[in-house]
Design a protein around this ligand. Structure first.
Ligand SMILES: C[S@@+](CC[C@H](N)C(=O)[O-])C[C@H]1O[C@@H](n2cnc3c(N)ncnc32)[C@H](O)[C@@H]1O
Length: 208
């Protein structure tokens, strides 16, 4: 887990019906990713009862908007303590702090044995290590997805697989269809659909 550091400049961005504080310590919120929150809220009608889990929350906007739209509780996890500070403030700003818990830590240890969620929302880094130099303004931890861009996405599947309620689902954000095809072929999962945005896509997976 990283230690928090200060940033000189904070901005506030509209993200659907919420406002999100962010700065240079986190990935700048990308408007197209609202589709992940909106899809989560749509799915909530038919999901089992229970909270949502967001892995790789950053400043928190995707999970928070899903919580606002669905009325569900949310546990939001990020390895970066600075991101978690922002996510906690953004939960207050969105008016949902009483049903949102932000946890700083690696996803492999931040979710305790026995915890079970109706939906896991995952926004892992998905840029290949070879390509991260193209995005010098972005924090490395937020974008570096390893050799094929899927290292952290695979971790998300591993964590989600151990923490879904019966009937629960996983919504994972990726860079392109090739990555989605690769991840959808993972043992233990079946694809339930995908939706495309301007600069990436969201893949819906169910345990096989
Ligand atoms: C692509 S950013 C997503 C941030 C935000 N959800 C968004 O869409 O703007 C990926 C996030 O994953 C976090 N992260 C990377 N590896 C992680 C790990 N092993 N466990 C928890 N969080 C991790 C990074 O700190 C970063 O905030």
């Amino acid at each position: 887990m990283s230690t928090p550091h200060q940033s000189d400049e904070t901005s506030v961005m509209e993200f659907g019906v919420i406002h999100v504080e962010h700065d240079d310590r986190v990935l700048r919120p990308r408007p197209w990713t609202r589709l992940q929150s909106e899809w989560a809220a749509e799915l909530a009608h038919d999901l089992p009862a229970g909270p949502f889990l967001e892995l790789c929350t950053g400043a928190g906007q995707i999970g928070l908007l899903a919580a606002v739209l669905s009325g569900r509780r949310l546990v939001a996890v990020d390895a970066d303590s600075s991101a978690c500070e922002l996510a906690a403030r953004n939960a207050v700003r969105a008016g949902v702090a009483e049903r949102v818990e932000v946890r700083a830590g690696d996803m492999r240890t931040a979710v305790a044995a026995g915890e079970a969620y109706a939906l896991v929302i995952a926004d892992p880094p998905w840029v290949t290590t070879a390509e991260v130099g193209r995005f010098p303004e972005d924090p490395l931890l937020a974008i570096d997805g390893g050799a094929d861009g899927l290292a952290v996405a695979r971790l998300c599947l591993e964590v989600a697989g151990g923490h879904l309620r019966p009937g629960g689902l996983l919504l994972v954000q990726l860079g392109d269809d090739a990555q989605a095809d690769d991840l959808a072929a993972s043992a233990g999962w079946v694809e339930r659909g995908r939706r495309h945005g301007e600069r990436g896509l969201v893949l819906l997976l169910a345990p096989a």
